[in-house]
Design a protein around this ligand. Structure first.
Ligand code: SIN
Length: 318
């Protein structure tokens, strides 16, 4: 279903056994799902309904969930193979190598300053990898009393609404994705960035492997360091990427989520980018969330060409 044809009204899953209700939150992106308890072993039907809502709305939200690391991982496994926490995470919670803590209390040491998320730029998770995660699931634990929201944007809508001449042009481009090493000098994280570089050329327009939709697969987080579009000069690459980032993050394609303890966000990295809004760290508030990621495939462009790894290995789950 295209984003234009979706009715912005709550929809109940057709099965009489399921209590799932999907309530869209904005015209293009995001829906809240109620009537489901993520601590339970969900039926195949509920899993299919959640996946369908996710493919349609790109990010879905659950509220008031009482789950811990084990339940979060078990839920994620219903949607694919769960990866280790992150290619550069060397200290996941004991017994849970899949959990990536987003924990302001750790960032003084890692980044040399107080921050509420590890990144405060628009990005899609770990696109420096040849096979970036297909989905991410983020669970909130400790939150500032105000601020610390996250925003997602719909990269399919961003592509579909470009003029056709521009779509034809960007269809043929590839962009280099890599990490910008902003870790504190001398920290283990900085060393990991240096010793295990990850660099990949991805098609700027990615065809979604499940929906067939085309997405504008660029975000500043992973493309701003090199600003490199294959076969174009640095100057042209820079101008074109800036224009595409602006299109990708137009406010009408976004949804902003206010976290509460027990909130869970589940998004499709093949069709979205997101931004952790950095408006609470300077006030000294802590913010702690836990993320798991689901293994992704190697992106394909509109002509079937695949991403090309320049440095680093694929990231597999189990
Ligand atoms: C993330 O980039 O996965 C985390 C987003 C956030 O901290 O809100």
């Amino acid at each position: 279903m295209t984003v234009e044809s979706v009715a912005a009204v709550p929809t109940e899953n057709s099965s009489s056994a399921s209590t799932i209700v999907v309530s869209p939150l904005s015209g293009y992106t995001g829906a809240e799902i109620s009537g489901v308890d993520l601590s339970e072993n969900l039926s195949d039907e509920d899993v299919a309904a959640i996946r369908q809502a996710l493919l349609e709305w790109k990010v879905v939200f659950f509220r008031d969930q009482t789950i811990g690391h084990a339940e979060q991982i078990a839920f994620a496994r219903r949607f694919g193979r769960v990866t280790p926490a992150h290619p550069y995470e060397d200290n996941p919670p004991e017994g849970f190598p899949e959990i990536f803590p987003i924990d302001s209390r750790r960032y003084n040491q890692q980044y040399g300053r107080k921050r509420t998320s590890y990144d405060s730029s628009w990005h899609t998770d770990v696109t420096a990898l040849i096979n970036p995660p297909s989905f991410s699931i983020l669970r909130a634990d400790i939150l500032p009393p105000f601020g610390g929201d996250t925003t997602w944007t719909n990269l399919v809508a961003a592509y579909q609404n470009l003029p056709s001449e521009l779509r034809d042009f960007v269809d043929r481009l590839d962009a280099e994705h890599t990490f910008e090493n902003r870790a504190a000098q001398g920290s283990s994280r900085a060393a990991a960035f240096e010793n295990k570089p990850l660099r990949t050329f991805h098609p700027v327009v990615r065809v979604h492997p499940e929906t067939g939709e085309r997405a504008l697969f660029v975000s500043p987080g992973f493309t701003r360091r090199t600003k490199n579009l294959r076969n174009l000069t640095p100057r042209l690459s820079s101008h074109i990427l800036e224009a595409l980032w602006e299109e990708a993050t137009r406010t009408e394609y976004t949804v902003r989520f206010r976290w509460q303890p027990g909130s869970v966000a589940f998004w499709d990295n093949r069709a979205t980018a997101h931004l952790a809004i950095a408006d609470a760290g300077h006030l000294g508030y802590d913010r702690v969330l836990y993320r798991v990621t689901i293994e992704g495939d190697i992106p394909e462009g509109v002509d079937g060409r695949r991403s090309e790894s320049l440095e680093g290995d694929p990231f597999y789950g189990s």
